[in-house]
Design a protein around this ligand. Structure first.
Ligand SMILES: [Zn+2]
Length: 141
């Protein structure tokens, strides 16, 4: 099933594909300081696919903090947090932020609080490589 969404102004669109029905998808609420401030809930599927399209690449804000292994992608124009991505060589892995999806209400599982603060960089990269969704960024212009 394909879930479409994006930021508010249209600069970034997101397509999250997973064979799982939304009620069967685990919803995670990361307890890091960034995610808490956004109240964000995230989903990923190692067998799925995440496509981010930057319709206005100049509006895309990449934010890093902590171990600085992932890019948190926000729209610099309308402020919406849409996804996070990790680059490993040529491969890209990401999580979709549920509230950026048009059918966010379909993800009915209670958010599971997750605390990754004890991870070192190797553990963090390994978890993301194995649990995040294979991702692709498209910049049409
Ligand atoms: Zn926007």
């Amino acid at each position: 099933m394909r879930h479409h969404g994006g930021c508010h102004c249209g600069a970034i669109t997101i397509d999250y594909e997973s064979a799982l029905a939304p009620p069967a998808i685990e919803v995670r609420a990361c307890l890091c300081s960034f995610c808490r401030k956004h109240g964000s809930r995230a989903v990923s599927d190692p067998q799925g696919k995440l496509t981010l399209t930057f319709h206005d690449a100049g509006a895309v804000q990449r934010y890093r903090f902590g171990l600085a292994t992932a890019d948190y992608l926000l729209c610099g124009r309308c402020g919406v947090y849409v996804a996070a991505v990790l680059a490993e060589g040529d491969a890209l892995y990401g999580v979709a932020i549920i509230n950026a999806l048009d059918d966010a209400e379909e993800f009915t599982q209670a958010a599971k609080p997750v605390d990754y603060s004890a991870e070192d960089e190797a553990a963090r990269r390994l978890r993301r490589r194995t649990r995040w969704t294979p991702a692709e960024i498209i910049s049409p212009r």
